[in-house]
Design a protein around this ligand. Structure first.
Ligand SMILES: *Cc1c(COP(=O)(O)O)cnc(C)c1O
Length: 368
């Protein structure tokens, strides 16, 4: 078989491994109980996940995108409001703003952190701005103290997109606790992944948590009595049970991600034109390990020829996506340049040290 068919170093490995027995036991427990939606596993997971996040409440929903949209709605954001968000993220961050009925407005990146630049965010404020939606991209926290300051000066809410940042901290404080609410995704590739879709809203505000719990369930107050025009997006019992089992492994998986990132950093010093962006906060949880080079395509081709899978997160700035380009134009020159230079290297908790060394050696040998 050629290396093109079976990569020596695949980008990801999603099959349960050390957690396999616990995951299967969790699934069996739910099957045996015969209760599949809005039951005891979800309640327990919400309590346990809130605890892991250092927050008072968590509300499980169907996806991270729904978590962002419902966190915004429950914060009072809707039609007529603008939400300032970065141009580099999963496009779902901005789509969730639209789902909430509001308008995403893009402010450019801090060129070091690759997260929402507080000065650019302040400059994008208009009389319609209602909230900031920073994204802790790749697992590195945005500069939250500076963004909290911008929000205070302009009387804005903050909803954090923590979909890539489970257990991350910013200046020692858990991400997700800086604003009104925060959104997490449990898509299978995330640091805490389900075996399907999932998400959660995290907040210290009991009333806000109650509004999200109602909105995710069709806006029902009592059975078959609908108070708001909610949506149908619940985290089901099987996924909640799986996530409970995996939450126990998350601290160790996070340590492993950090150790692999440190190994990459050491191995990639002096690697030609390949630059490793600085770690601006020790609370970085390395959802992705992203390097930059002006010769990105040549580097990817060389790595691919050596059986090493890479991806680009993300190739197109969100305001340049056809879905948004016409309604939400924005000039974000930092994001434009970053999108031409970034490449994500394999990094997941099951990746052996030897594979990091192999990838680093291939980069040194690439001539880039
Ligand atoms: C994955 C992700 C989302 C969307 O989460 P889904 O669960 O796929 O809906 C939103 N924002 C960021 C930054 C993400 O990484």
């Amino acid at each position: 078989m050629s290396v093109a068919q079976v990569p020596r170093v695949p980008f990801l490995q999603l099959r349960p491994a050390e957690d396999g027995p616990a995951v299967r036991a969790a699934i069996d427990r739910v099957i045996d109980r015969g209760w599949f939606v809005l039951g005891p596993e979800l309640e327990a997971f919400e309590r346990e996940f809130a605890g892991a996040c250092g927050a008072a409440h968590a509300v499980g929903v169907g996806t991270g995108t729904d978590a962002i949209a419902l966190a915004l709605r429950a914060t009072g954001i809707g039609p007529g409001d603008e939400v300032i968000t970065p141009p580099l993220s999963a496009t779902y961050s901005a789509l969730a703003v639209i789902m909430a009925g509001a308008r995403p407005v893009f402010a450019d990146l801090d060129p070091d952190r690759l997260t929402l630049d507080p000065e650019a965010a302040a400059a994008a404020v208009t009389p319609r701005t209602a909230a900031l939606l920073p994204v802790h991209l790749y697992g590195q926290p945005a500069d939250m103290p500076a963004l909290v300051d911008v929000a205070r000066r302009h009387n804005l809410a903050i909803v954090e997109d923590c979909c890539q940042a489970h257990l991350a901290t910013c200046a020692g404080r858990p991400v997700g606790t800086f604003g009104a609410a925060a959104a997490f995704s449990f898509y299978p590739t995330k640091n805490l992944g389900a075996l399907g879709d999932g998400g959660a809203v995290v907040t210290d505000d009991a009333a806000l948590a109650g509004r999200v719990a109602r909105l995710r369930n069709g806006g029902q107050t009592d059975r078959y009595h609908h108070q708001d025009a909610g949506v149908n997006t619940r985290l089901d019992e099987i996924q909640a049970a799986i996530l409970r089992a995996r939450l126990a492994y998350l601290p160790e998986w996070t340590r492993r991600r950090r150790a692999l990132a440190a190994r990459y950093r050491a191995a990639l010093t002096g690697a030609g034109d390949v630059k490793v962006p600085p770690e601006r906060d020790a609370g970085h949880v390395y959802h992705l390990f992203v390097v930059r080079t002006a010769r990105r395509d040549a580097l990817r081709e060389h790595l691919s020829a050596n059986g090493i899978e890479t991806l680009i997160h993300y190739p197109v700035p969100i305001p340049r996506q056809p879905a948004l380009a016409s309604t939400n134009p924005a000039e974000c020159p930092v994001a434009d340049q970053v999108c031409r230079e970034i490449v994500s290297l394999p990094l997941h908790p099951a990746l052996p040290d030897a594979d990091v060394d192999l990838v680093a050696a291939a980069i040194h040998g690439s001539g880039v």
